[in-house]
Each structure stands twice: as C-alpha cells, then as structure tokens.
Design a protein around this ligand. Structure first.
Ligand SMILES: [Zn+2]
Ligand SMILES: [Zn+2]
Length: 258
C-alpha cells in the first residue's frame, strides 16, 4: 500500500491511498484541478481513483465535492449525517447509487479493502477518522480531533502507516494572533490535536509493524514543521520509524512494504 498527502492544513486536506490498481481519496478539501495536478506530480493515475471517503463536513475537507460529482463517477463514502451536512453546505445532491453508507465502528468492504471509520472528538455532526486495510497493508488517517480518546488510540495500533494530526504548538497558539474564541475552540476537547498530544499518542501506539508516521493538518500560524517533528520524534526514539511532515502545497508520498 502507498499513502500520499496531496494537501494538509487548514486551507485544505486530501489524502490518497493506493494498492497500485485502485485509489481511494480521504477528503477533498482542495480543488479538483489541484487533486489532478498533485496526483500527476506524484505519478499517480487519476483514472485509478474510484471513491472518496469523507471525515466530516468542514470546508477544508469538502471543497471539491460539487466538481467531482459532475466530472467523475467516484463513489462517496460517508456516514448519513455527514453526507447530509456536506450536501447542505455545498448545495449538491449525491445520487443514491453513488453513496456508500458508513457507520462509525463498522468496517465496510469496498473493492477488496476494509474501510473502518471510527468516531473522533471534533465539532462536526458525525466526525470520523479511518483505519483502512488493503491487500498489502493497513493505513490509518487520523486528523481533526480535540484529544486522543481510548477508541482513537485503539484504532491507531498495529498499522503500517499512520497519518496523524499535529495541529499546533500550545504555546504558539496561546501567544499567537488568533481571537480568544478561536483559540479556545482549537484547544478544546473537540478542537485539534497539539504536537504534545500527538507525541503522547505516538508513544502509546509505536510498534514493530509501524513503518512511517506522517504529521498532518499542521497550522501555518500556530505550528512549525521543525517544531512538530522535534516534539514528536522523542516518542519514536530508538525505533527507526521515520517521521514525515505533510504540508499545504507540496504532495508527499510514503510506501509501506508488505
Ligand atoms: Zn480540518
Ligand atoms: Zn474539522
């Protein structure tokens, strides 16, 4: 299995997972044109994309939905509440034959893969993260959560690749220019994961199987890639597990060995 971050951060998020013959996107928070361009940059084939799995309805995760409904025949994987929310926000309808309904905590078989959405603490109607098991590996994509619940920790165990939110440095956020209400939202238990919380989570899920960690959804205002890496690498010291930092504009690819 191969993982790619096409974009990551508050201005748009899009992850891609492939087994070489079919590709699934997780969220489409950048334009359809950018999705196509960035897949091309990585040498991934747009025609291999078969579906998008949505995590929640925030705009940095759903921007391309209207265009991809018109321009592609991709299936839409989402829980019922999230589907209703993204359709309402984008003023679109997803035809029934294109929707694959998901339920948090229940794995859905999709084209030979097991897609397991699980609930995350975040201020959206039915937010989920994903643990996805393909024919040659398991990848978890876990962003937009205020704190790592026991359920989240459980689902991050025993994976080959872990893409995990490292949104902000707590001190940078506290001392930064965001309005107090926004700071409080991000710091809340249904906001975003700090570098410190991410490091703690990593120390609990490091395993011999884990081949790579991707730090995702970094705030451009309240974090710094080097600081996120510095704060989290202590949790993986001695394991040899590489840490990659996903960015807003430059795609990044990571492969897992079977
Ligand atoms: Zn987000
Ligand atoms: Zn969000």
């Amino acid at each position: 299995m191969r993982y790619a971050s096409l974009a990551s951060g508050s201005k748009g998020n899009c992850h891609a997972l492939t087994d070489g013959t079919q590709t699934l996107l997780v969220d489409t928070g950048i334009s359809f044109l950018q999705i196509r361009t960035r897949l091309e940059t990585l040498g991934w084939d747009l025609s291999h994309v078969k579906a998008v799995a949505f995590t929640h309805e925030h705009s940095d995760h759903i921007a391309a939905l209207p265009v991809l409904l018109k321009r592609t025949n991709w299936s839409i994987l989402a829980t019922e509440d999230t589907l209703q929310a993204i359709c309402r926000i984008q003023s679109v309808e997803v035809p029934a034959h294109r929707w694959i309904p998901l339920r948090p905590g229940h794995a859905t078989r999709w084209e030979g893969w097991d897609i397991l959405p699980f609930s995350t603490p975040h201020d959206a109607v039915d937010p989920v993260a994903y643990r996805i098991e393909g024919p040659t590996g398991t990848i978890a994509v876990v962003t937009d959560l205020g704190h790592p619940t026991a359920l989240v920790v459980d689902h991050c165990q025993d994976v080959d690749i872990l893409a995990l939110e490292a949104n902000h440095d707590i001190q940078m956020l506290r001392e930064g220019s965001y309005p107090p209400t926004l700071k409080a939202r991000i710091l809340s238990r249904i906001g975003h994961l700090s570098n410190e919380a991410t490091a703690d989570l990593l120390s609990r899920v490091r395993s011999a199987r884990l081949q790579a960690v991707i730090l995702a959804h970094l705030s451009e205002q309240n974090n710094d890639p080097a600081l996120a890496r510095f704060t989290t690498e202590e949790a993986l010291r001695g394991t040899g597990i590489p840490i990659h930092v996903a960015t807003q504009r430059t795609p990044l690819e990571v492969a897992a060995q079977p």
